[in-house]
Design a protein around this ligand. Structure first.
Ligand code: TRP
Length: 458
C-alpha cells in the first residue's frame, strides 16, 4: 500500500528481544539437548557452535539486511531489491518459499506448543511415582487422543494470533519485552536448582567432553540443520523482522548478540536438563521424548517436582510462543500488504488455516485417527512436514538467499546496510559468497543422497 508507513520496532532493545525470542524456541530447549545427546555430547556442541557463528551468523546478517533494505513483506522485499539491482523479479519466489515454509512449520510447531501447554497442567497435577513405563504410556496416550491435543493446539494458536493481531509495537514488542526476561529468569532458576540437586559434573562432562566417534556424517548435518532452524533462518521470519528495523541499528553487531544469546540458551537448557537426567539414572539419548517422557520421571521423584515440573514446561511454552509469532508474521505481513485487509482479520485467517493444517499432524500420530497413514516408508504426517521444511525448503532457501546477496546484489548496497569497517566486511562477504552456499549445498546434497538416492540404489 503506497504511502502507508511500514511498521518499525521502537528501539534496538525491542528488536533484539523479538529476534532472540524468535530464535530461542523448541529448537533450543527441546531439540538441542536431545540431538546433542545422540550426537556424542561435546563433539556435537562444539560443531554446533562453529556452525552458528561461522555459517549461521553471516546468513542472519544477510537476511536482516535484505529485510531492512526492502522494507516490505518477504515476497515484495525480494522483488523490490531485485528490481532495484536490475535483476529478475523471479527472486520474489524466495520470499514465497519462506512464507510457505513458515506456514508449514507453524502448523506443527504450534501442535507441539499445545503439547507443552498440556504438560504444564499435567506437571502441576504431579507425575508422582512415575516409572519409565508409566511416563511413556502417559505421553503416547496423550498424543494418540483425537481431542485433547487439538484443544491444546487451538489454545496455543489462539495465544499466538492474539499477539500478532495487535501489530508490531502493540503486539509482538509488548509480548517479547515481558516474556523474554521472564524466560531468562526461569531458565537461570532451573539451572541453579538442577546444578544443586542434580549431577552437575556428569552434565558438564556430557555436554563438553567431545566424543568424536559419535559424530557421524548425519549428526554433522543435524548440527548444521539445527543451527539454521535455531536461528530462524530462511523462512522469512528474520527478513520480516529486519524490515521493521530502524536504519540506525547496527546489523552485524545485533546478529552476533542474537546468535550468542541463542546458543547460550541452548547450552543453559542442556545444563538445566542433563544434571537431572543423570541424577535419576535416566537415558540422555531419549530422542524427541527426552522432554515429554524422560524428564517427567525425574519430576515425579524429585523434591519440589510439582513446582519445578510446571516451571520447566512454562519455560518451554514461553520459548515456543515467542517463536511462533515470528512464524506467523511473514504470511500476515504479505497478505496485509497485498489485500489491505485489517491485520486482525488477516491474522485470524492465517492462524486458523495453520491450525487446521496442524490438526493433520496430530491425527497422524501413532494410535491416533490417521496413525496408520505412513509416507515414504515410515514417516508420519508431522515427519513429512518437518522433512520438507528442514531438509528441503530451508537449505535451498538459505543457499539461494546467500547467492542472491553475494552475487546479485551490489557490493555497495550491502556495504551501506552493514556499515562496518572494510576488513570485517570483506570477511563477511567472503563467507556469504563462497563458504555459506557451499556448506549449505553440501548439507543438502548429503540429505538427498542419504534419504532418496541411496535407498533407491538399495
Ligand atoms: N528458531 C525457533 C526455534 O528454535 C523456531 C523458529 C521460529 C523458526 N521462526 C523460524 C525456524 C523460522 C525456522 C525458520 O525453535
Amino acid at each position: 500500500m503506497a504511502g502507508t508507513q511500514h511498521a518499525q520496532w521502537s528501539s534496538r532493545w525491542a528488536f533484539i528481544m523479538a529476534a532472540v525470542g524468535s530464535a530461542v524456541g523448541l529448537g533450543n530447549i527441546w531439540k538441542f539437548p536431545y540431538e546433542a545427546g545422540e550426537g556424542g555430547g561435546g563433539a556435537f556442541v562444539i560443531l554446533y557452535l562453529i556452525f552458528v557463528f561461522v555459517i549461521g551468523a553471516p546468513c542472519l546478517i544477510a537476511e536482516l539486511s535484505l529485510g531492512r533494505r526492502g522494507q516490505k513483506s518477504p515476497v515484495n522485499t525480494m522483488k523490490s531489491i531485485a528490481t532495484e539491482e536490475g535483476k529478475s523479479t523471479m527472486w520474489g519466489l524466495l520470499g514465497w518459499s519462506g512464507i510457505i515454509g513458515a506456514f508449514i512449520i507453524i502448523s506443527f510447531y504450534s501442535l507441539v506448543g499445545g503439547w507443552v501447554l498440556a504438560y504444564i497442567v499435567k506437571a502441576a497435577m504431579g507425575f508422582g511415582g512415575f516409572d519409565a513405563a508409566q511416563s511413556t504410556e502417559t505421553f503416547l496416550n496423550f498424543i494418540a487422543d483425537p481431542v485433547q491435543p487439538i484443544i491444546a493446539h487451538f489454545i496455543f494458536m489462539a495465544i499466538t494470533v492474539s499477539i500478532v493481531a495487535r501489530g508490531v509495537q502493540g503486539g509482538l514488542e509488548k509480548a517479547v519485552t515481558v516474556l523474554m526476561p521472564a524466560l531468562f529468569a526461569i531458565l537461570v532458576m532451573l539451572m541453579i536448582y538442577s546444578g544443586i540437586t542434580g549431577d552437575f559434573a556428569a552434565a558438564i562432562d556430557f555436554l563438553f567432553r567431545p566424543n568424536f566417534h559419535a559424530l557421524t556424517g548425519d549428526k554433522i548435518l543435524n548440527a548444521l540443520g539445527l543451527s539454521f532452524f535455531s536461528l530462524s533462518l530462511a523462512m522469512g521470519s528474520i527478513m520480516t523482522y529486519g524490515s521493521y528495523l530502524p536504519k540506525d541499528v547496527n546489523i552485524p553487531r545485533s546478529a552476533i548478540t542474537i546468535a550468542g544469546a541463542d546458543s547460550a540458551v541452548a547450552l543453559m537448557a542442556g545444563l538445566a536438563i542433563f544434571p537431572i537426567v543423570f541424577a535419576y539414572g535416566l537415558n540422555p539419548g531419549g530422542g524427541g521424548g527426552l522432554v515429554f517422557m524422560t524428564l517427567p520421571i525425574a519430576f515425579g521423584q524429585m523434591p519440589m517436582g510439582g513446582v519445578i515440573g510446571p516451571l520447566f514446561f512454562a519455560l518451554l511454552a514461553v520459548a515456543a510462543v515467542t517463536s511462533s509469532i515470528s512464524l506467523l508474521e511473514p504470511g500476515v505481513s504479505y497478505i496485509e500488504e497485498r489485500t489491505g485487509w485489517s491485520r486482525k482479520k488477516v491474522t485470524a485467517i492465517i492462524g486458523f488455516s495453520a491450525f487446521l493444517l496442524g490438526t493433520l499432524s496430530s491425527f497422524g500420530q501413532p494410535g491416533n485417527l490417521l496413525g496408520d497413514l505412513q509416507f515414504f516408508g515410515s514417516m508420519t504426517i508431522m515427519d513429512v512436514k518437518d522433512y520438507l521444511t528442514n531438509n528441503i525448503i530451508m537449505p535451498l532457501g538459505a543457499m539461494f538467499m546467500m547467492i542472491f546477496v553475494g552475487w546479485f546484489v551490489s557490493r555497495k548496497a550491502m556495504m551501506e546496510e552493514l556499515a562496518i569497517e572494510d576488513k570485517s566486511f570483506r570477511v563477511w562477504y567472503f563467507l556469504v559468497r563462497f563458504i555459506c552456499p557451499v556448506a549449505i549445498f553440501a548439507v543438502f546434497a548429503n540429505i538427498i543422497y542419504d534419504t532418496i538416492i541411496q535407498p533407491m540404489l538399495g
